[in-house]
Design a protein around this ligand. Structure first.
Ligand code: SAM
Length: 275
């Protein structure tokens, strides 16, 4: 299995283009790179939004109606954080113990306490895209006491397994690769978190492949949305999901709701729940 996975990685043109993209960002003058980048986004974002429309309309076989975004979880974080303080602390300690940046840089523990407190003992399957050194997978293993934890990543160095943790090589920029994950692990996830490549193509491909794999009541989160570039785009994606009978969605401007971590990252999150 391992050699097959390595073979897959070295033949992935998407991984190479990702490296090229990173390289360009470092050699081009920033203003020129930003100009090229924003032109590219202009064409890309509409296309990605329409992919979401098509995929989920065909799954639901029903008309999509426009609705306004909701704020249920933002209200809970803003006004009722005290009720979740124990879990906010538990998650903070786990993320720091295993060295994930989810608390120190982002204070994501405030949102995750609100979302996960009720299911921490009952969730059966949790997946994270973006495994890196396994820090968040190990945090989830400790927090979700009955769950099997699944991680995917493009980098072979991130592949490991231990009790209740399973990892697989996959590339978020390739639908084939993501569908391959579904073929091997096809199942209903209680929680899916995307902490991988964080570019719109990769994030939308990942939604297309994995949101249909959510269990009833399952929670999908896209982390680290750079709000200076993508808040409008993901607010639209959130509205699209709210127009479907079977989904609830919220675009979460977390930095406005939680204490400043001192790193001044203005990153939002997209939440999608399968009803
Ligand atoms: C921020 S790190 C994940 C950190 C981890 N979730 C944690 O909290 O400990 C991002 C990971 O995304 C992976 N990644 C980058 N591009 C990817 C792609 N196209 N497909 C899958 N994973 C990718 C990187 O290899 C890296 O390990």
């Amino acid at each position: 299995m391992e050699s097959k996975q390595k073979e897959f990685k070295s033949s992935s043109k998407h991984y190479l283009s990702q490296k090229t993209w990173r390289f360009l960002r470092h050699i081009l003058p920033l203003s020129f790179w930003n100009y090229l980048y924003s032109l590219r986004q202009l064409f890309l974002l509409n296309k990605l939004e329409s992919l979401i429309h098509k995929r989920f309309i065909s799954l639901e076989k029903e008309e999509h109606t426009k609705t306004h975004s909701s704020k249920k979880y933002q209200e809970l974080i803003k006004s009722h954080s005290q009720d979740f303080m124990t879990d906010i602390e538990i998650l903070k300690n786990l993320f720091n113990q295993f060295e994930s940046d989810k608390e120190q840089l982002h204070n994501y523990n405030y949102l995750y306490a609100v979302l996960f407190k009720e299911i921490k003992e009952t969730a059966k399957k949790v997946m994270e895209i973006g495994t890196y050194k396994g820090a968040s997978l190990r945090s989830w293993k400790a927090y979700f006491t009955s769950a099997e934890i699944y991680g995917i990543d493009i980098d072979p160095a991130t592949i490991f397994s231990e009790s209740r943790i399973h990892t697989m090589l996959a590339d978020q920029n390739s639908m084939d690769s993501l569908y391959n994950v579904n073929r091997q692990w096809s199942q209903e996830y209680d929680v899916i978190i995307d902490d991988g490549w964080h570019q719109p193509e990769a994030s939308i491909f990942t939604m297309l492949a994995f949101i249909p794999q959510l269990a009833k009541g399952g929670i999908y989160i896209l982390e680290d949305i750079d709000q200076s570039k993508y808040s409008k785009f993901y607010q639209k994606i959130s509205d699209v999901f709210n127009g479907f009978e079977n989904y609830y969605s919220e675009y979460i401007d977390l930095p406005k709701l939680v204490p400043n971590t001192g790193f001044n990252y203005n990153y939002g999150l997209l939440l999608i729940i399968k009803k």
